[in-house]
Design a protein around this ligand. Sequence first.
Ligand code: MN
Length: 255
Amino acid sequence: MSNDATTRVLTPPPAQSARRPIVGITTRLDLKEDTYYLGRQYADAVAAAGGVPLYIPLIDDREALQALGSQIDALMLGGSNSDIDPKYYGEEPHAALGAVVPARDEADLLLLKCAEDRGLPVLGICFGMQSLNVSRGGTLVQDIAAQIPGAYKHDQGIPVDRPSHAIVIEKDSLIANLAGGLAARVNSTHHQSVKEAGRNLLVTARAKDGVVEAIEDPRPDRFVLGVQWHPEWGWEREELSRRIFQAFVDAATGK
Ligand code: MN
């Protein structure tokens, strides 16, 4: 090995010396097809940010899920075409409640407990933001159109990646840092939303009709973020979405 200055200049440090963090991602359950599944965008976004995506089946085996929860480096909870059973926040089902998939609720809540106990980074997206909130004792609006007078249209339809409404962001928050300001436009495919934020969670963004669009854990040793929109549909061309995944995977690196 030469020790002259030229060699040192020509030898860059390894681009990724740290082990790539394993990001566990809960899937969905199609009850008709009897199939666990999840769109590819979640995995693609995590891999592009340097993480190793791992799709987690919603098996009825708590011990196995706990084993996964003890080995992953971060937890991501994606969207679902189901609603969380309102029994988890002490309510009876509103007439406009959607389908409930108990296996998804149970897997999310179990893995969120593992993540909380271990201080793992958590990114909750859409349904996943709602399960995050409920896991901390928070509550949900069961149907925005029925329960929030004057609310905007939050279920925009296709194309699903079109930014359809504005959000107003709280200053000095993680999401403000990632957005580089206090305003953004986001897509919207949800009929429920956070009502009261749970333990150690702050509301850090809202639509202009008051609907909660982001929550986060302000404890300085945590990275726990929930967004009501879908950044996995925008990370390839839009900076806020890309930065959400990058910050999440960076937080998981070295855990
Ligand atoms: Mn919305």
